[in-house]
Design a protein around this ligand. Structure first.
Ligand code: ADP
Length: 154
């Protein structure tokens, strides 16, 4: 059976920290779906369509990767894609506590799905989409935090 992983997140926007987790996790899976979880009641900073397009640009050369969106429970989405693995990145102890609760509750909701964690590279641990958005709101330059395949001004 094919090993299908889902990398769920807001990716608002997708950073080099996200990219690094995806590239390092890729050998573990036959297919990896990067999927943007959205809530139709909440507007993101960047439109969903742009976020999808940018992630596709970063991995244009990777046949194992596809990009998608979903609304609702991540475990339900995984089942719809036949995916048994959820990929998440860990930067800090705070990430760990947050992710631990989600992964353990997801497991209670769906026994067949495992969450796989990769520790971020030290140089990527301070990078967060939230801070990237804050820098952008104040007119700062975020180019060192996003892949060169992405033009956030387009
Ligand atoms: P969410 O809104 O679900 O937290 P994010 O888009 O912020 O989604 O992050 C998606 C995943 O990527 C999470 O597992 C998060 O911990 C991880 N992540 C975020 N930033 C980094 C980074 N700089 N390095 C490694 N992993 C990261």
């Amino acid at each position: 059976m094919k090993k299908i992983g889902i990398f769920p997140g807001s990716f608002d926007p997708f950073t080099i920290g996200h990219e690094s987790i995806v590239r390092r996790a890729l050998p573990l899976f036959d297919e990896l779906i990067i999927s943007i979880g959205y809530n139709s009641a909440k507007k993101g900073f960047f439109p969903l369509e742009k976020r999808v397009k940018w992630i596709k640009q970063v991995f244009a050369d990777e046949p194992k990767i596809s990009v998608d969106t979903y609304e609702g429970l991540t475990v339900d989405y995984c089942k719809s894609k036949n995916a048994k693995y959820i990929l998440r990145g860990l930067r800090t102890a705070a990430d760990f506590e947050y992710e631990r609760a989600i992964a353990q509750m997801n497991r209670m909701l769906s026994h067949g799905i495992e969450t796989v964690f990769l520790l971020t590279f030290p140089e990527h641990s301070p990078i967060s989409s939230t801070i990237v958005r804050e820098i952008l709101r104040h007119g700062g330059d975020v180019s060192q935090f996003v892949s060169s395949a992405i033009d956030l001004n387009e």
